[in-house]
Design a protein around this ligand. Structure first.
Ligand code: GUN
Length: 296
């Protein structure tokens, strides 16, 4: 039996609607949630992500402060911009699109963002709060994956989740969130150093592919009935497409859909959730600000 194809757009729309309602409440108090979106350089994929985020902000009634900087921007200039945004009370969230040009140290930039405005959840303070289970901003893609799994009522407690990839943005935080007591999955992390990857993936009740390698996961690697979540967004050249490329996940969808119990498509699966969770974090940042000035 073919898998249930998870409609990420539909779940994302619900999350965005809720962010919009919360925004309306804040606006009545005179606060308009505002996200500063900083893009350095002209990487086409980054530009397309940033445009999507700005569109979503507008749809939720929030403000986007778009800051586009040339690729030759120095690290010092970027750090100074972040200081200015940290000090600006009308900016509630700061997002610096990654990757940054090679001459800029990403760690220093992420660490410069005030944790109360760290809606990406990348600051070491946010990561520490997540690991300790304290309140704080969760990174958008891993949080979005968790919300998708919950919305679809996919059994998590006691399930074996196998995460492919150990990036700071996806693999590491996902492994952490899935093993939290309130989720209660048993987690295996696989990466480029893993020998016999299929041995692990075939044991997965939940298989999350976040390796950035198109077609890495084939049907023979999937346990029958498993939930397969594809976080990969790879541009693969396709002369038949107008743009010259198409988006492909890490999973061979056509094969996997016959074997899995649930599967996310690319596009239209995890991608929309990332933006939706960002909207949720921005409105939350603005709510925290609102409480801080009213003394509640
Ligand atoms: N690059 C790829 N994903 C992300 C993300 O979630 N946030 C930022 N800032 N950059 C990214």
């Amino acid at each position: 039996m073919a898998a249930i194809i998870i409609d990420g757009k539909a779940v994302a729309a619900k999350v965005r609607e809720s962010a919009k309602l919360r925004t309306a409440v804040l606006k009545e108090k005179g606060i308009v949630p505002c996200l500063a979106v900083v893009l350095v350089g002209e990487d086409p994929a980054s530009l397309s992500y940033v445009t999507g985020k700005e569109k979503a902000l507008a749809e939720a009634g929030m403000l986007g402060r778009d800051i586009r900087l040339p690729s030759a921007t120095s690290e010092a200039e970027l750090l100074s911009l972040i200081e200015t945004l940290n000090a600006d009370a009308s900016v509630h969230g700061i997002l610096v699109q990654l990757p940054l040009p090679k001459h800029i140290n990403e760690d220093r930039v992420i660490t410069a963002i005030d944790p109360v405005k760290d809606v990406d959840g990348f600051h070491p303070v946010s990561v520490g709060n997540m690991v300790l289970g304290r309140p704080g901003f969760l990174p958008c893609t891993p949080h979005g994956v968790l919300v998708l799994l919950r919305e679809l009522a996919i059994p998590l407690s006691g399930a074996h989740a196998v995460v492919l990839g150990r990036s700071n943005i996806v693999g590491k935080p996902l492994a952490n969130l899935l093993s939290r007591r309130d989720v209660n999955a048993t987690v295996t992390v696989c990466h480029t150093g893993t020998k016999d990857l299929a041995k692990y993936t075939r044991e997965a009740d939940i298989l999350i592919a976040a390796a950035g390698r198109p077609g890495l996961v084939t049907a023979d690697m999937i346990k029958s009935g498993a939930a397969v979540i594809d976080v990969g967004v790879n541009r693969v050249s396709d002369p038949r497409s107008k743009k010259g490329y198409r988006l492909a996940g890490d999973v061979d969808f056509d094969g996997a859909v016959e074997k899995a119990g649930w599967i996310t498509p690319v596009p239209g699966g995890v991608g929309p959730m990332t933006i939706a969770m960002l909207m949720q974090n921005v409105v939350e940042a603005a709510e925290i600000y609102s409480r801080s000035i009213s003394g509640d």
